[in-house]
Design a protein around this ligand. Structure first.
Ligand code: DGL
Length: 233
């Protein structure tokens, strides 16, 4: 089982940014990435539909024999990670907006959280907000940004004016990219706001994956670089 692949899923390509972090930390593992390629994205769907689509991705990953699954999607994590853990026996790692590290670095600073509308309305997310000791957190749901990133993956520069506008509107001290798609724009946010001011959850998720696999004796013992396989549903 320890040499079985790790499954990663998201709506579309956003989770590739998480895959990248996982591969940097655990380069010898094999990975299977499942993308829900339907064009509507998950951030504008109902909870029932998000949970259903996440389960479809997990079913596909488990049919490929994955030993653990990373929900490389803040939206799916906020909506349904509990349900996934109840319904399946493999270990799950979720993605959470990196608000805690942002508050640690900027305890009195103005922190801007960008996320999907579905993430913003979840109780789990509201609990995260309420346990952060900072009165200057602004949550700005972005109904279209993930879709625009998906559509312009090979020409992300067209989204620079949008990034400038987001930063200009709030003039934050720190920015939390609470959707894995937004991490494709991280270099733009860093260039405009400053490299030490941008936070995302991918590094934390990769570290959590490593520790969960280690705890369960599931780290692979392969000596050479692992492979990645891609599937769409
Ligand atoms: N990348 C996902 C997230 O982290 C979902 C974006 C979408 O499909 O709207 O929330």
């Amino acid at each position: 089982m320890k040499n079985a692949p790790i499954g990663i899923f998201d709506s579309g390509s956003g989770g590739l940014t998480t895959l990248d972090s996982c591969r940097s930390l655990l380069p010898n593992e094999n990975y299977i990435y499942v993308s829900d390629a339907r064009p509507d994205g998950w951030g504008g769907l109902t909870e029932v539909n998000i949970a259903r689509r996440a389960s479809e991705c997990v079913d596909k990953l488990l049919s490929c024999g994955c030993k653990a699954v990373v929900a490389a999607c803040n939206t799916a994590t906020e909506v349904g990670i509990g349900l996934l853990r109840d319904n399946y026996s493999v270990p799950f790692v979720g993605l959470e907006p990196a608000l805690k590290p942002a508050v640690r670095a900027f305890p009195d600073g103005k922190i801007l959280v960008l996320c999907t509308p579905a993430t913003a309305r979840q109780t789990k997310f509201k609990e995260l907000l309420s346990c952060c000791d900072n009165a200057h957190i602004k949550v700005r749901p972005q109904p279209e940004l993930a879709k625009k990133i998906e559509k312009n993956l090979y020409d992300l520069d067209v989204l620079l004016p949008e990034v400038e506008h987001i930063i200009e509107a709030d003039k934050p001290d720190a920015i939390v990219l609470g959707c894995t798609h937004y991490v494709f724009l991280r270099h733009m946010f860093e260039r405009i706001a400053g490299a030490d001011k941008v936070f995302d959850g991918n590094g934390g998720a990769a570290r959590r994956l490593k520790s969960i696999l280690a705890e369960r004796g599931l780290l692979c013992d392969r000596k050479n670089a692992g492979a990645v396989e891609f599937h769409k549903i």
